[in-house]
Design a protein around this ligand. Structure first.
Ligand code: NAP
Length: 285
């Protein structure tokens, strides 16, 4: 029976690459996009390869337009549409997200909350919809796209980073809760990936202290440099497929040479040593 996958935020970057990879691996893939299906860049990203003749046959991708993960109605309807196809849902990839930049004092609380709404609570919402279906079928894979910063605090984007920390905690809990029903859950932790993510980052207009400005400008400049050499989104998509194909799905998969380097340092150092190491990496004298 054709297996069914649902990917959120599939209009671009990692989501589009993952939807393509799942379809190429034989999944009927429902690609949730926030925009409408007509004249949108999304189908273009997803269909580019089939249109330029690289694909022999049409990929099994169904676009779900208007899937804003902040909308309960949209999420309920998207899960139901995907699950109706074959009366099952085998893979759920929680990818939709954005980055709120700015130091803690400079991000208004509603913006901080908004960041959690999209990057964290939307995932709780979709899992609450998808898990009953997976429990009934006694199987299912839930892949949460986190980040290497889901495991390390850095200055300049605490709203984004803490939303990924929350996702890490949730996923560790789910592995116990859902594991008993045959549902596997994992985290994908990329370093810097070459996508439009940093262009659509939300940046506060002002800083409450010039020192915050210096800090955020420094971090933004560093990110800009790293994006150019960033991991391609297809590599993250490959990690998702690798996780699904693993006989024993691991709690987390680190993706990219930068992420692996930081994780190695984190494993080998005490917390205070790691903080000093990161300070030297970020602010070399
Ligand atoms: N790029 C990196 O360096 C990096 C590193 C680690 C982790 N990540 C994570 O990877 C995921 C994908 O990011 P990306 O790098 O592929 O960036 P991207 O190209 O900007 O993709 C983000 C996707 O999320 C969608 N999205 C944002 N808010 C949404 C909402 N409320 N409802 C539905 N869709 C929404 C965007 O849709 P629209 O097109 O409508 O805006 C877009 O499809 C994010 O969770 C991000 O935190 C990225």
């Amino acid at each position: 029976m054709e297996r069914v996958a649902l990917v959120t935020g599939a209009s671009s970057g990692i989501g589009a690459a993952t939807a393509l990879a799942l379809a190429r691996n034989g999944y009927r893939t429902f690609a949730g996009i926030r925009g409408s299906d007509s004249g949108n860049k999304v189908p273009a990203a997803l269909r580019a390869e089939s249109e330029n003749g690289n694909e022999e046959e049409e990929l099994p991708i169904t676009i779900i337009p208007d899937m804003d993960v902040d909308s309960e109605k949209a999420v309920v309807s998207a899960v139901s549409e995907a699950a109706s196809y074959n009366q099952r849902l085998d893979v759920l990839v929680n990818n939709a997200g954005y980055g709120q930049f700015g130091c803690t004092e400079d991000v208004p609380l509603p913006e901080f909350r908004r960041q959690f709404e999209t990057n964290f609570f939307s995932i709780v919402r979709i899992i609450q919809e998808a898990a009953p279906i997976m429990r009934r079928q006694g199987s299912g894979d839930i892949i949460n796209i986190s980040s290497v910063v889901g495991r390390m605090g850095l200055p300049g984007s605490p709203a984004y980073i803490s939303s990924k920390f929350a996702l890490e905690g949730l996923t560790e809990c789910l592995r116990y809760e859902l594991g008993q029903f045959g549902i596997r859950t994992t985290l994908i932790e990329p370093g810097v990936v070459k996508t439009g993510f940093f262009d659509s980052m939300r940046i506060p207009e002002s800083c409450s202290d010039p020192k915050y400005r210096v800090l955020t400008d420094h971090m933004l400049a560093g990110i800009k440099m790293m994006v150019e050499m960033g991991t391609p989104p297809s590599q993250v998509a490959d990690a998702v497929i690798g996780a699904i194909n693993d006989e024993e799905m691991l709690p987390r998969y680190v993706v990219g040479a930068d992420a692996e380097m930081f994780m190695k340092a984190k494993r080998e150092k005490s917390d205070i040593e790691f903080e000093r190491y990161m300070s030297e990496e970020l602010f070399p004298k």
